[in-house]
Design a protein around this ligand. Structure first.
Ligand code: TPP
Ligand code: SF4
Ligand code: MG
Length: 311
């Protein structure tokens, strides 16, 4: 696969380029589903023609947050629940950058839940991968927003009384223009879904089922899984909001009954991304802010000029 690098030269790329030169070995436990996300990204990025210097990976806190230590792109390891606002700012400053935000179910659906809703609502052109292992992995197995009702942990020894959230339905309702679920146990599908999400113009949310064999031994290991696009048992139009919503609801119910459904649930190619909307009304310059900063001829107001005018 060939691609243009940051200075416009065409060159060949392959997945090894996304493995850091001085390689920190992943500290994830053997059998952890997080390896599946890393592998699918390393395969997907060169296949969509991206070079490491064209990509920014922004992560939250958790086992999942270690992703960008093992993936050789630009990286920003943010604080708990905050990969999306950082990813949004980076995309606005440099729309040419391929921005991938990633984090856990606790990070994204719990502490960062408000950012999730509003990033979907505003349709920022970002790929958002949520490592969904149904617990807080890094902090040793507490219940998360996706833990099943009744899930026992050290902090909920009698079982969680809470009903899990429905991340796919929530994403659709909030306004995401691409919503999918895949699983670490299904690497071929995962790679294809990640490729589609990266290539999608708008907010692409991938709920990525990642087993945690260390702290969530009771959880299903997400096998066998069913690909809803491949199965004759499921027929729906993933461009139709109502049909997608119904399929998501069925999928979210099935997960807690032991049936793992995965696939592409909703795609809206027509909805303009936030960047496109802002450009259309003249509120976003054609020249990326990131470039203007280094352009001595650029006429633009720095924040302290604005401050002076308003004090
Ligand atoms: C503001 C804040 N609150 C709590 C923590 C402690 N903490 C670190 S990781 C984590 C949960 C991680 O769970 P999840 O996001 O699902 O990621 P996983 O480890 O399962 O990949 C928590 C609560 C923190 N780092 N910062
Ligand atoms: S604790 Fe669980 S989520 Fe964290 S690295 Fe180990 S297996 Fe993976
Ligand atoms: Mg988790």
């Amino acid at each position: 696969m060939s691609a243009f690098n940051a200075i416009g030269e065409e060159r060949e790329i392959d997945r090894d380029e996304f493995t850091p030169g001085v390689e920190p070995q992943p500290t994830w436990c053997p059998g952890c589903g997080d390896f599946g996300v890393l592998k699918s990204l390393k395969q997907a990025l060169p296949e969509v023609g991206k070079t490491p210097e064209e990509v920014l990976t922004v992560t939250g806190i958790g086992c999942s947050g270690k992703l960008n230590s093992y993936l050789d792109t630009y990286g920003f390891h943010t604080i708990h629940g905050r990969p999306l606002p950082v990813a949004r700012a980076a995309k606005l400053a440099n729309p040419e950058l391929e921005v991938i935000a990633a984090g856990g179910d606790g990070d994204g659906y719990g502490i960062g839940g408000n950012h999730f809703i509003h990033t979907a609502r505003e349709n920022h052109d970002i790929t958002y991968i949520v490592f969904n292992n149904e617990i807080f992995g890094l902090t040793k197995g507490q219940t998360s927003p996706t833990s099943p009702k009744g899930h026992k942990s050290k902090t909920q020894p009698s079982g969680s009384a809470k009903t899990p959230i429905r991340p796919l339905s929530q994403s659709l309702t909030a306004g995401a223009s691409y919503v999918a679920r895949t699983a670490a146990v299904n690497p071929n599908q995962a790679k294809e879904i990640i490729k589609e999400a990266i290539e999608h113009d708008g907010f692409a949310h991938v709920d990525f089922l990642t087993q945690c064999p260390t702290w969530n031994k009771d959880a299903r290991q997400y096998v066998p899984y069913i690909d809803v696009q491949e199965s004759d048992d499921y027929e729906f139009d993933h461009t139709d909001r109502a049909e997608a919503a119904e399929m998501m609801r069925e999928t979210e119910n099935a997960l807690y009954e032991g049936e793992v459904l995965t696939g592409r649930y909703y795609v809206d190619e027509d909805r303009p991304s936030y960047t496109e909307e802002k450009r259309a009304v003249g509120e976003l310059p054609e020249q990326p802010l990131a470039e203007r900063y280094f352009d001595e001829d650029a006429e633009w107001e720095r924040s302290y000029d604005l401050l002076e005018r308003h004090t």
